[in-house]
Structures are given as structure tokens and as C-alpha cells.
Design a protein around this ligand. Structure first.
Ligand SMILES: [Zn+2]
Length: 366
């Protein structure tokens, strides 16, 4: 072999080796580049999640170079830190990323009552059981009642006095096992006893005249507008107008239900004993008959005004009486009401007016 040929061979071999090394280096370098480019960034450095919160691992990610075939599960039903592993793949390579989430319990127990307000009648039994209380924490489940407030229980306080009409409160304070506190209260209304008005009640007529007072109720569905009484009222208003007065009707027919509301509002304001002196219990109001009207002004001084005096002197000409007079409180059971007139017809009204007596005295019935 010639020396020259050897040289050529040598150069060729060197070139092949160099090319091989370059090829290997290039391949390796390219793999590294792909591997290094795999990345994921998260929205926050660490995530704090509420117990039971619905959160998917996908939602934690801000940006990513590569793909994730399977996202890790987040268990928000376990309190504490969890390390999630995200496997990101690209062109046959993969890289793992760790991320920490912490599940915390910051929510207290939820307190519920069957109703927001609860009504009972005076004298009825009351126990908080009637409120159907539920105190349930998302982590600890149902909490139990206890005498003193500490973690994992609830306490109940109420000031209900079933013997006295009024508004009361029942309140609950709860603490879950992690010390989260919640509270809620419910209003308890002790109502006046409802009058035993029902189907067996019959309206009382004496000599054809309907008597409604504290001893003589009318049935719940009795009454309504009375056309005769109403047109007599319009006549009275015309008569008053000719005398220079304008007597307004303030209240006429009132249903049993409406009277019940009205009476209850007075009881809430003034107590039952006081309310009974000026407001009728449902079923015991003359307004339910459609025969009674409140006119002029709801003012005790109304009887002393020229208009009130005119009404007193002329109501009977239209068939009306001033139903609750001064000095007759012990008979009628109501304070003087110069504005409340009752239709009984001209003949009876005139006789009552002339004699200066109450309807009860006229009828000879209490
Ligand atoms: Zn009235």
C-alpha cells in the first residue's frame, strides 16, 4: 500500500468519526431542548381550598408547554396539605411537577329552623323542639346541643314566656370542631287566644236586631257589606253636607280575617288587656256585620267638635246610633267612641237616642 492511500483512509475515518460524534451530540442536545422546554406554571404558589369546595386540578394551572393526559385528583374532603403531581408530556418526553394545596375548614355550622317566625297561643306549651332545629357543619356533620359553648357543639337560649302575649326570641350559637362560630335566631310570637268562634256560633238577634258585643259573637263567615246600612250612611253624609260638614267614612265592613290582624297588631302594641278596651276580637266586631262604620275622626275629642256634635244629634234620623257612649263603658265593654256608628233603623235609633241608652239596655240583653 502506498503511503498516500493510508493518509486518505485516515482522513476519511476521522471525518466519519467527527460526523458521528456531531450527529450523536446534536441528537442528545435536541432531546435536552425538548425536555427543558416542558413546563407548567400555576396561578398561585400555593392554593388554599375550602373544605368540600369543588375544584379541579386543571383550574390551578396558569400556563403550560406540553400536555397532561391525566390530572391529579384533589380531595377537598380531607383537611390538611396535599401534594399534587402533574405529569407533563411533550414529544415522547415527560416531566413531573409538584404542587401543594391545603384544604381548610373556615365555614361554621349551618343553623336552620323550620320557619323564620313561629307563632303560638298564650298558655300553649313551648319547647324548642317545636322549632325543628338543625345545626349541621359541612365537616363535622350534625352538632349536638350543650349547656356551654365549646368546639363541636351548639347552645340554645330563649326568653319565651308562654303566659304573656308578646314577641320573643330563640337564638342558637354553634361552634364547629375547628372553632368556626355561627349564630341564628328565630322570632317567637305568643299570640292572644283566638276566640272560640266556629260553625257552632250563631248570630244573636233580639226583636230582629242583630246584637254583636263581647258576649255575642258572629260566625267566622258571617257578614259582609250591607247595602241598606251603606246607603243610609250616604244619606247621612248628604245631610251632613247640607249642614256644612263633610263626614268621611274611615272604616266600614271588616272581614273576620282582617279584624284578626288588626286586633293582633293592637295586642302586640298595647297588650291584650288594653287592646280589649278599644278593639274587638275577631268574630266580636260589629264591623264584620257591615252595619257599623267609623266616621269623621278617630279621636276622643271628635264628639266635642261641631261636626261630632252634629253627628250625635242627627245620626238617628238616618237610622244610626253612636254605639259606644260615655258612661256606658261598663255595659258595652268599650271606651267612648264618638266616631263609631251602628245602623239599627230610624225607629230604633230614634228611641235609643231619645232615652240616651245603649243598645244592650234597649234590647234588655247583656
Ligand atoms: Zn268602629
Amino acid at each position: 500500500m502506498k503511503r498516500r492511500n493510508i493518509w486518505i483512509w485516515l482522513v476519511c475515518i476521522i471525518l466519519i468519526v467527527v460526523a458521528g460524534i456531531a450527529a450523536i451530540w446534536w441528537t442528545l442536545h435536541k432531546d435536552d431542548e425538548i425536555r427543558n422546554s416542558i413546563n407548567v406554571t400555576f396561578k398561585t404558589d400555593e392554593a388554599i381550598l375550602e373544605y368540600g369546595e369543588k375544584k379541579e386540578a386543571k383550574d390551578l394551572i396558569n400556563d403550560m408547554n406540553g400536555t397532561i393526559k391525566q390530572y391529579p385528583n384533589i380531595d377537598t374532603k380531607t383537611i390538611g396539605k396535599q401534594e399534587l403531581t402533574f405529569v407533563v408530556e411533550k414529544e415522547g418526553f415527560s416531566k413531573e411537577f409538584k404542587y401543594t394545596v391545603e384544604v381548610k375548614d373556615t365555614k361554621g355550622a349551618e343553623i336552620t329552623f323550620a320557619q323564620d317566625t313561629y307563632e303560638i297561643q298564650v298558655g300553649d306549651d313551648f319547647t324548642p323542639d317545636q322549632l325543628q332545629i338543625s345545626v349541621s357543619d359541612p365537616v363535622d356533620g350534625k352538632l349536638k346541643e350543650s349547656k356551654e359553648l365549646k368546639n363541636g357543639v351548639y347552645i340554645l337560649r330563649h326568653n319565651v314566656d308562654t303566659g304573656t302575649v308578646g314577641e320573643y326570641e330563640c337564638s342558637i350559637k354553634a361552634k364547629d370542631k375547628n372553632g368556626n362560630e355561627t349564630k341564628k335566631s328565630v322570632k317567637i310570637i305568643v299570640k292572644a287566644k283566638e276566640s272560640p268562634v266556629n260553625q257552632t256560633v250563631q248570630p244573636t238577634y233580639v226583636n230582629g236586631i242583630l246584637l254583636v258585643n263581647k258576649n255575642h259573637p258572629v260566625p267566622k263567615d258571617f257578614g259582609g257589606m250591607d247595602n241598606t246600612a251603606y246607603s243610609a250612611l250616604m244619606d247621612l253624609q248628604v245631610g251632613a253636607g247640607m249642614a256644612g260638614y263633610s263626614i268621611q267614612m274611615l272604616s266600614g265592613y271588616r272581614s273576620y280575617e282582617y279584624q284578626a290582624q288588626l286586633y293582633q297588631s293592637y295586642v302586640n302594641r298595647d297588650g291584650q288587656e288594653k287592646a280589649d278596651t278599644y278593639s274587638a276580637r275577631p268574630g266580636y266586631s260589629e264591623h264584620q256585620t257591615g252595619l257599623a262604620f267609623d266616621v269623621g275622626q278617630l279621636d276622643y275629642g271628635y264628639g266635642d267638635t261641631p261636626e261630632g256634635k252634629w253627628l250625635y244629634e242627627h245620626a238617628h234620623e238616618y237610622g244610626f246610633i253612636i254605639r259606644y257612649q260615655k258612661g256606658k263603658e261598663h255595659i258595652t265593654g268599650y271606651t267612648y267612641e264618638p266616631w263609631h256608628i251602628r245602623y239599627v233603623g230610624v225607629k230604633v235609633a230614634s228611641e235609643i237616642y231619645q232615652k240616651g241608652i245603649s243598645l244592650e239596655e234597649y234590647l234588655g240583653v247583656d
